[in-house]
Design a protein around this ligand. Sequence first.
Ligand code: PLP
Length: 372
Amino acid sequence: MSGDGTRCVRGGEPGTHEIGDPVHRGPVLTSTYHLGRPEDAGDGSDFYARAGNPTWREFEAAVGELDGGPCTVFPSGMAAIAAVLRAFGTPERGVLLPADGYYVARALADEELRPLGVPVAYCATAGDWELAIVRHRPALVLLETPSNPGLEVCDIAAVVTAAHKVGAVVAVDNTTATPLGQRPLDLGADLVVASDTKALGGHGDLLLGHVSAADPLHAERIRGFRTRGGAIAGPMETWLALRGLGTLDLRLARQADNARALALALRETGGVHDVRWPGLPDDPAHTLAARQMRRWNGVLRFTLADVHAVSEFLSRTTLVDSATSFGGLRTAADRRARWGDAVPDGLVRLSCGIEDTDDLVADVLGAVRAAV
Ligand SMILES: *Cc1c(COP(=O)(O)O)cnc(C)c1O
């Protein structure tokens, strides 16, 4: 297999091209396509853009190659998760979700699925999934590893073994890791879901998501769901994300360098508690994460005394935006308790951008020291 940089730049390209073909094809903006003779049945060509678009296929080919299975693009990470929950969560057996994962996935399950009679159960990311699977016998298990915002990790291959014993489908939210950081389908998972709004798109200027499947029949089901449900990605956003994907390898490398340097510096800083980044050799999640992940990323967390300390920190930094979302070019800090996550008041999720490491460390340490 080629290296990550090569795969990001060349991914999904057709092997051959004609003289005069554009090297960069750009977004295809059309709702409708030429149909040809009215007496002919459809031959699988594009006919209407809710069902198919060439820019989607370019993105899906590139990301599907990285994930290791056919990919379906969605207009957001939540649209991708909604498709998986609705397509695979049955009223007979229900869904098992991470208790400490992305909060809107929980809200979707509780507010939209439960009223339809779909049982909804939870397990902590670092908890006992085997026990929860035996107890609830779900139709669908959704994992999120590393989890957002806790950066806890679970053993994908072990959960898959337990889930497949009861006939459950396993989906892994791979947003934090990115397709370069982790390949859940290789570890036995049936589906990968992700928010490409984060590091994959990478520039903080679009929302997008995708589902990749190990089984082509599962991919068909997801595609049918997209066409009928009508939640489809705009070709412009899809093309921008494809453009962003070209530099994912470079961005991830700098973000991980910044996260490592900041994690090491922050845990030597008074008033900063519970610094977590799975790439640190003595992080509680490190051994498992190192076994199942291919590389690290730029998301870490730490805890200051309280909301006032976080507020002081943010008022003194010049390189850290107070903003939610992660994986972008600019370093951003998000106090997760403001969104209702069950975390300490002073817990900060820090998404490292691609600024120079020395600049970022000096700015963050200066602001934290002055704040605590
Ligand atoms: C952001 C996020 C989502 C939701 O993605 P959107 O693109 O915002 O809809 C889902 N899962 C995780 C882990 C996320 O961080």
